[in-house]
Design a protein around this ligand. Structure first.
Ligand SMILES: Cc1cc2nc3c(=O)[nH]c(=O)nc-3n(C[C@H](O)[C@H](O)[C@H](O)COP(=O)(O)OP(=O)(O)OC[C@H]3O[C@@H](n4cnc5c(N)ncnc54)[C@H](O)[C@@H]3O)c2cc1C
Length: 383
């Protein structure tokens, strides 16, 4: 399967994290194979918020320009913050905090990242079953041996992570999200999220005037209610929420139960294998950081492996992967913990608890809310 004498890297999973690692290493001269279980790429019908940290990572990987062609031209116009269902603002982020925020159609982001790879880098329809002593079990497709590095970018149910002892597996957070993209352009007076009792609704503009929106609600099971219920449920929330739902083809509204990694991992790297993105630190999307952190992971991993590309001494790989673990674990696990705690507080539906949360948000000065979020976004790529 391998053709060259440069660093041989097997990436498992062609999500945002896997494609970013593959692209950065291939650009550096490594030989890269991406194994993806899906037989083909399907449109995703949802968007994604990228912040300054995600763009800094893309810049370091040489991917920023390409991704900007599919991103919104600017941040949302009007105030971006947290509202009540009647439209009153509870908190507003300062313009510098959201200046770098751009929302992207996920399908377009995937296509943009895929186009940066050499043809045939991604092998679709290959499901990795496990990893033992550096060899990947590809089920009916056989074995993949002799990679210098294996990168598990295979999401929250990672098989690469599963081959390590003590895999905590995923945990259901007790709530789920509907997501949609309007069929055509809509005028958004502002952006952000609206908090009701135990549920919230968010919306942001996409590049071409369409809007991406999501509704997050508690659910005892991981089965989603029908999208038809949405119009009624949010019918009396402030504009433009009812219009956003009405402007979206119900067949293209998707429901996803929200999960996280049940416990933080002790390490992201073992021997010549490492983990990036959700495989390493899946978290609820409360802070909009899962994909941004996957891009950060990719930038750090690529920077550490780049010096090995032309002279791949297998003895040096574990040391660099251990440096990657040291560079990434604290930050990503801290943000995952914050996202989990905040996500749980946002779902409080007890009237007293919900009223206390609203009061706290109203009383908390905007600069403090702002500072908290900015500390999450503060990150610089390695040189
Ligand atoms: C409702 C919601 C909203 C979100 N909003 C945001 C946001 O605004 N901003 C943000 O930064 N993040 C957001 N996130 C988080 C973000 O989507 C994820 O963190 C990100 O997509 C993780 O990327 P990944 O590449 O690590 O994993 P994934 O996207 O899960 O990709 C994993 C890939 O691996 C493949 N795969 C899995 N198992 C195997 C196997 N055994 N063999 C081969 N291939 C395999 C899968 O098919 C998939 O293609 C949100 C998440 C949710 C659920």
């Amino acid at each position: 399967m391998w053709r060259t004498n440069s660093l041989r890297v097997a990436v498992v999973g062609a999500g945002i994290g896997g494609l970013a690692v593959a692209s950065g290493l291939q650009r550096a001269g490594a030989e890269v194979i991406v194994l993806e279980q899906a037989a083909r790429f399907l449109p995703r019908g949802s968007g994604l918020s990228l912040f300054g940290n995600g763009f800094a990572a893309l810049r370091s990987l040489g991917l920023e320009e390409r991704v900007r062609t599919v991103a919104a031209d600017g941040p949302p116009t009007g105030p971006v913050g947290i509202m009540r269902p009647d439209g009153a603002h509870l908190a507003v982020f300062s313009p510098p905090t959201v200046a770098e925020l751009r929302v992207i159609d996920r399908t377009e982001l995937h296509r943009a990242l895929l186009e940066t790879l050499a043809p045939d880098t991604v092998r679709p329809g290959i499901r990795v079953e496990g990893l033992a002593r550096g060899t990947l079990d590809l089920g009916p497709s056989g074995l993949l041996e002799d990679a210098h590095v294996v990168v598990g970018a295979d999401g929250i149910r990672s098989r690469v992570r599963g081959s390590h002892a003590g895999d905590p597996g995923p945990a259901y957070c007790g709530y789920g999200a509907w997501r949609g993209i309007t069929d055509g352009p809509v005028v958004l007076p502002d952006g952000g999220e609206t908090f009701g009792r135990g549920e919230r609704f968010g919306y942001m503009p996409l590049r071409d005037g369409r809007a991406y929106w999501f509704a997050v609600r508690p659910s005892a099971s991981d089965e989603g209610p029908e999208p038809g219920e949405l119009a009624e449920r949010y019918g009396d929330w402030h504009a433009p929420i009812p219009e956003l739902i009405a402007s979206t083809d119900p067949r293209r509204i998707g429901y996803q139960p929200i999960e996280r990694l049940a416990h933080p991992l002790r390490t992201y790297s073992r021997g010549t294998a490492t983990l990036v993105g959700d495989a390493a630190h899946a978290m609820p999307p409360t802070l909009g950081q899962g994909a941004n952190l996957a891009l950060e992971d990719a930038a750090v991993l690529v920077a550490l492996l780049r010096p090995l590309v032309g002279d791949p001494d297998p003895g040096t790989v574990p040391g660099q992967l251990s440096n990657y673990d040291k560079a990434r674990r604290n930050r990503t696990q801290r943000i995952a913990r914050q996202a989990h705690l905040l996500g749980a507080a946002m779902q409080w539906d007890n009237p007293l608890a919900a009223a206390a949360r609203e009061k706290a948000m109203r009383l908390l000065p905007d600069p403090i809310v702002d500072r908290g979020f900015r500390s999450v976004l503060r990150w610089s790529p390695p040189n």
